[in-house]
Ligand binder design. Sequence first.
Ligand SMILES: [Zn+2]
Length: 140
Amino acid sequence: MVYVKEKVPVKEGLFKWQDEEAKLIVAKCTKCGEMVFPQQSFCPECCLETMEPVTINSIGKLKCFTRITAPPPGYKGSVPYTAGIVEFPEGIRILGITTEKEVVNLEPGMEMEVIVDTAFIEDEKEYVMFKYKPVSQGED
Ligand SMILES: [Zn+2]
């Protein structure tokens, strides 16, 4: 049993997670509407500091995905895992880790929901990260 004192996000500013529904935070340009994830202050279209944080829909469609067996540098979660690109109704596509270990549970076009899950536990802190979970799962 690992004693956890507090939950903290792996990185600040990526997602809202203390509410019931997890939501990704993107930067949206107040001039042209361009959206960028993760957030940045400059709009890549206008080249101005016109970005403001907005939350987007928590459900999108899975565009493509792959199975990862070798953890990238700095990754402290377990392997294998699957990562996928989800397109949200707002039009932005965002890469993320899914809740599935194997791609057999995934198919292109399926609806994925943003959830917040444990990434790893270190120094009595539970680090949480957003993940994509198939919408059809666990609905009973
Ligand atoms: Zn812009």
